[in-house]
Ligand binder design. Sequence first.
Ligand SMILES: Cc1cc2nc3c(=O)[nH]c(=O)nc-3n(C[C@H](O)[C@H](O)[C@H](O)COP(=O)(O)OP(=O)(O)OC[C@H]3O[C@@H](n4cnc5c(N)ncnc54)[C@H](O)[C@@H]3O)c2cc1C
Ligand code: FES
Length: 274
Amino acid sequence: MYKSGNPYRPIETEVLDVITETPTIKTLRLKPREEITFKTGQFIELTVPGVGEAPFTPSSRPSVTDIMEVTVMRVGKVTEKIHQLEKGDIIGLRGPFGKGYPLDEFKNKEVLVVGGGCGYAPLRSLMYSIFDISGEFKSIFFRGGCKRPDEMLYRKELESWHDRKDLNIRLTVDVGDKTWKGNVGLVTTILDDVKMDYSSGVAIVCGPPIMMKFATMKLIEMGFKEDSIYLSMEKNMSCGIGKCGHCRIGIYYACKDGPAFQYSKIKGTPEIWA
Ligand SMILES: Cc1cc2nc3c(=O)[nH]c(=O)nc-3n(C[C@H](O)[C@H](O)[C@H](O)COP(=O)(O)OP(=O)(O)OC[C@H]3O[C@@H](n4cnc5c(N)ncnc54)[C@H](O)[C@@H]3O)c2cc1C
Ligand code: FES
């Protein structure tokens, strides 16, 4: 929960460690000066003094409240500076903002999580939350895809999930290499062997817009209901609290009403796949 009372005031946060995940992705282990609790799916804003701020979804376990991990892909001005941070540096953190995934509504259901590219970051936090109460779901499926094996975020950790008894997992890459023993093809090619009652199941999709578009079309073709498909809308944001209008999707604000939305609520809004 946001404790400072002023949602615009960043909390001083120490960089405890920086982990290089892939050539363009790093994970920061952060220690905010104030304890921050978040629900999986909520996001925070990181402020780099003198440069600016940008929204990120924590990739760590929500039940750990003193240290937060954030996984950042380098794409522009703020993320470039974040990649230059070192152990001991101080940055700002605001949040959490938005609504988390409605995990209580998923209980007693079959759950399918589909991730692509850097979309694994928020999904890692979601999977930790699901694992913590895995007995409460009828079954849990994870399907993940990325371009190449060396770009697969958290590869070792994901591969270790194959040993979990409470999870059915399959991973794919667009183009394989000598180290890759799994499927080769788009993530939609590994959805067919998800054996569940699609009409009562829940699907959570997070990744690049084009991947979410084709995954959603496939899920509907399989029989998932439009209000049982949750999509993560990582729109450009500024205030994070429903004031500036930067993140508008139709009648919704992604920062306040999302960032995850049921497909039934946002379908027909052209910008969702942009
Ligand atoms: C709710 C939310 C959660 C997010 N979580 C993560 C996360 O966990 N990890 C992560 O790496 N990134 C995440 N992002 C995206 C991240 O916020 C942007 O990559 C970042 O704001 C880019 O800032 P920049 O100054 O480095 O790039 P800029 O210089 O602003 O932009 C560089 C390029 O990136 C594009 N870009 C900017 N913002 C976004 C965006 N929101 N989505 C897609 N493209 C964008 C621009 O169009 C431009 O082409 C999230 C975004 C949102 C809204
Ligand atoms: S970021 Fe300002 S309204 Fe959503």
